[in-house]
Ligand binder design. Structure first.
Ligand SMILES: [Cu+2]
Length: 172
């Protein structure tokens, strides 16, 4: 289709054809750029400071997919824990429970919010005690083999959320 279109232009106006060629080249470049990890933006990543008795915690952030491509979050890794998964908190009969989410699909031009009482990253068996304000490197792995390093700040749970998540880790 594109070749035939170019040939038609050749017969009409060589300058126009040159301009069209340039346009095509630049659009290809633009396409290449949007396929990079620049497609994905992570905002406000934080990980809850666990109580002293616990070595489990949850991480929260906003994930924006600014591209025309569907992204699938398939895994999470970090040196602080060998057992990190995506969880979703669900309310059933006034009780909270957490369900693992194997893969998370992020549609084109959409955002997914990881927040208390909702989606979160579950860090189990954290190897060293976390300290307030510490930055924790976490790698997000996507189905297309892209990886994004995100630095989660260790923070206290907002006081309004104190009733959230407290004992749910006992499910594990
Ligand atoms: Cu969880």
């Amino acid at each position: 289709m594109r070749i035939r279109c170019l040939l038609n232009l050749f017969s009409i106006n060589p300058i126009k054809t040159f301009a069209t060629l340039l346009l095509i080249i630049f659009s290809q470049l633009a396409y290449a750029i949007t396929e990079s990890t620049n497609d994905i933006e992570i905002q406000a990543p934080w990980i809850r400071l666990p109580p002293p008795v616990s070595n489990n915690s949850a991480g929260y952030f906003v994930l924006q997919n600014k591209s025309e491509n569907t992204y699938i979050l398939t895994g999470i890794s970090s040196s602080i824990s060998d057992d990190i998964s995506i969880h979703e908190t669900q309310i059933k009969d006034d009780k909270y429970s957490m369900m693992p989410v194997k893969e998370l699909t992020i549609k084109p031009n959409s955002e997914v919010i990881f927040q208390p009482k909702g989606l979160h990253l579950m860090f189990m068996g954290i190897k060293q005690p976390l300290t307030l304000g510490q930055e924790v490197e976490v790698i997000l792995h996507f189905a297309n083999k892209e990886e994004i390093a995100v630095y989660f700040v260790v923070s206290k749970m907002p006081t309004t959320e104190n009733d959230d998540q407290h004992d749910h880790h006992n499910h594990h």
